[in-house]
Write a protein that binds this ligand. Structure first.
Ligand SMILES: Nc1nc2c(ncn2[C@@H]2O[C@H](COP(=O)(O)OP(=O)(O)OP(=O)(O)O)[C@@H](O)[C@H]2O)c(=O)[nH]1
Length: 195
């Protein structure tokens, strides 16, 4: 028997940085060049093994367009982790990422795991944000950082594995907690809805 833990995760970041594409690649191993901007938010799940536990990620992919900004607290409230995405070819999107970090610090859950994803690393020939800047910034706030490509499936699994590693394992006597159900296999895995 393995314990399954439900972990709420939200994705935040500018419109067009590739949040939905990252989730779609992670959950369905699929990439769509013509993906539409998210309206409000979308929800998907994926369960992955982590040590003696299964982590069921309840993934809220938020809309990056400014008009949806006020909805964000609904999605980061109660989240175990936030993936904040920027586009390595857009300096502005890195600036927006810093604003999200500030907002999470002020209004987000106290011990939220923050993972920074520098997406579109397949476009490094037109890069505007050096990896060094992202690493230095991530270190200064104690966040995970990785450059990803949803298009070429680079570091997408690793991003979520990094989050899993930051989630402290449950103590055995706590296995009866409400966020933890005993299951024998991975049959609950899969997305409920994509993009
Ligand atoms: N080259 C490249 N393009 C990407 C990558 N990820 C996403 N894109 C493209 O970037 C555009 C925006 O992707 P989305 O996933 O919709 O971005 P988003 O951050 O979810 O946008 P909103 O829903 O508006 O917040 C689409 O045309 C994608 O095909 C990537 O890794 N590489």
């Amino acid at each position: 028997m393995m314990a399954i833990r439900e972990l709420k995760v939200c994705l935040l970041g500018d419109t067009g940085v590739g949040k939905s594409s990252i989730v779609c690649r992670f959950v369905q191993d699929h990439f769509d060049h013509n993906i539409s901007p998210t309206i409000g938010a979308s929800f998907m799940t994926k369960t992955v093994p982590c040590g003696n536990e299964l982590h069921k990620f309840l993934i809220w992919d938020t809309a990056g367009q400014e008009r949806f900004h006020s909805l964000a607290p609904m999605y980061y409230r109660g989240s175990a982790a936030a993936v904040i995405v920027y586009d390595i070819t857009k300096q502005d999107s890195f600036h927006t990422l810093k604003k999200w970090v500030k907002e999470l610090k002020e209004h987000g859950p106290e011990r939220i795991v923050v993972a920074i994803a520098g997406n579109k690393c397949d476009l490094s020939d037109i890069r505007e944000v050096p990896l060094k800047d992202a690493k230095e910034y991530a270190e200064s706030i104690g966040a995970i950082v990785v450059e990803t490509s949803a298009k070429n499936a680079i570091n997408i699994e690793e991003l979520f594995q990094g989050i899993s590693r930051q989630i402290p394992p449950l103590e055995p006597h706590k296995n009866g907690n409400i966020d933890c159900i005993k299951v024998a296999n991975l049959s609950s895995q899969g997305g409920r809805r994509c993009c």
